[in-house]
Design a protein around this ligand. Structure first.
Ligand SMILES: [Fe+2]
Ligand SMILES: [Fe+2]
Length: 471
């Protein structure tokens, strides 16, 4: 897999060998740059940022660090190396050779999967564009911008597939990806969570913990795809996704550490009077972003999901990993899925396995989220505090699936009272308080806002007081 870094679009897909495709992508490139300047990180385009750039897909090359002005970032097209003689691991085509070209009958569903994934990438950049002005430290600012440039690279990954494999339709979809806009009334992004405002760093850290983790599970399911170029794109994107979740999880952990310290210092264990983020408010933000993120998995009983699985387009989490599953056909058996009855009681329905693959993916996701909660509660336990953060029940605040039409509390019990539900979600008061707390960006080396503990994990082994962003 030779890497062409000198080309206008760095790539390891031999763009130079396909002049038509190369010209088409070079034609899209200026529109992408305009989008980045207009809707990417605000006010920081002239700064030098200490960023990681993918320059190859092997261990040494995929994480090259240097100071870069963001408009000069080398967004490239990189696929993971091909697996020789790869076969499809699941569904009706299990055991057949993976496809290098799109099978005609799967064109529609495959295009929809790629466009839906692709749409989330620029959406999150748009959602996060104003956070730089209120960053708690240079370290956090750098991490935000790293996430942003990589989401933009993920857009490139999906756009490449559209141009290379979907002809004129693909070109039109690529243009649409730059036209839709997060939160816009008339032309919003495709999925709910990607239209919600991210106006505070608490939103950002929750989003990168829970919504980027949904991204990880969607990419993992697509990395199993029988359409090999999609599988290889997603595998490489997964290597970058890990950092996004790291940013979120360590960000919240530092908030908790700071809050625990403030609670210990206060006679009433009140972090808020001491300028911190209190735990009940943090819990409300967790409730919001977890429930929004579970919705991204789609309906737990889904005929689309069954079609994707049967066709070999989207597998289960780690479908092809040896020893994970015995049955890759899912023609037999059922999976039990909860539904509320009209009287508020919950019943469990057996759903044929293929129809339940969204539910299986969401359950794997929630198991990983539980581990995060255990890690977040550790500093509270260490400080001798009794408060524990929890994942909300998957019944809470849902807009998709069987629980969308009924009201439930975070502990999973039914209620008739919308105000009681709203009380478990962030409100205007929370936002106003966070805005007052977050003030202006902290732009001095080694300094950090008072509501979050200083960073503890170096980036590329640099000291924590490193000048991660310079004028
Ligand atoms: Fe992404
Ligand atoms: Fe991400």
């Amino acid at each position: 897999m030779s890497v062409d870094l000198q080309a206008r679009i760095p790539n390891n897909v031999d763009l130079a060998g396909d002049r038509r495709l190369q010209r088409a992508l070079e034609h899209w490139q200026p529109a992408f740059h305009d989008w980045w300047l207009e809707r990417g990180p605000e006010g920081l385009q002239k700064r030098e940022i200490y960023l990681r750039t993918a320059v190859a897909v092997d261990r040494a090359g995929w994480a090259h660090y240097d100071y870069v002005r963001m408009p000069d970032y080398r967004w490239g097209i990189f696929l993971s190396p091909p697996e020789p003689d790869r076969v499809i691991a699941f569904g009706d085509h299990a055991g057949e050779a993976a496809w290098q070209e799109v099978p005609g009958e799967l064109r529609g569903p495959l295009r929809r999967l790629i466009v839906t994934q692709g749409d989330t990438e620029p959406a999150s950049v748009e959602q996060q564009r104003r956070l730089g002005a209120i960053a708690p430290s240079l370290y956090d600012l750098r991490n935000l911008l790293q996430v942003n440039v990589e989401e933009a690279r993920h857009l490139w990954a999906m756009v490449y597939l559209l141009f290379r494999h979907f002809g004129r339709d693909g070109r039109e979809e690529a243009e649409e990806l730059l036209m839709r806009q997060s939160g816009a009334v008339d032309h919003p992004r495709i999925l709910g969570a990607f239209n919600r405002p991210i106006s505070t760093w608490l939103d950002f850290f929750c989003f990168t913990t829970f919504t980027d983790r949904d991204g990880k599970y969607q990419l993992a399911a697509l990395a199993e795809s029988g359409f090999d170029p999609l599988a290889r794109s997603c595998r490489f994107m997964l290597t970058e996704e890990a950092h996004h979740m790291f940013v979120g999880e360590t960000g919240i952990r530092r908030i908790i550490a700071r809050t625990a310290q403030l609670m210990q210092e206060d006679p009433n264990e009140d972090a808020r009077t001491r300028g911190g983020i209190d735990l009940p408010m943090l819990q409300r933000y967790i409730n919001f972003w977890v429930s929004e993120s579970i919705d991204l998995f789609g309906a737990p009983d889904s005929s689309n999901a069954a079609t994707y699985f049967a066709a070999g387009l989207k597998g289960r989490y780690q479908e092809s990993k040896a020893g994970t599953y015995a049955d890759h056909l899912l023609l037999e058996g059922t999976h039990s899925i909860e539904r509320p009855r009209a009287d508020g009681a919950i019943e469990s329905d057996p759903v044929p396995m293929r129809r339940a693959t969204n539910a299986l993916l969401a359950e794997a996701y929630l198991r990983e989220c539980e581990k995060t909660m255990t890690r977040w509660n550790q500093p509270l336990q260490n400080a001798g505090l009794s408060f524990r953060l929890r994942l909300p029940s998957p019944r809470f605040n849902r807009k998709i699936g069987p629980f969308a039409d009924a009201l439930f509390l975070p502990d999973g019990t039914p209620t008739d009272d919308p105000d009681e539900v709203a009380g478990h979600l962030p409100d205007e008061g929370d936002r106003a308080y966070l805005e007052s707390l977050q003030g202006e960006a902290v732009m001095e080396r080694a300094q950090c806002a008072q509501w979050i503990a200083p960073p503890t994990n170096p980036i590329n082994k640099q000291p924590l007081d490193f000048e991660y962003v310079r004028a």
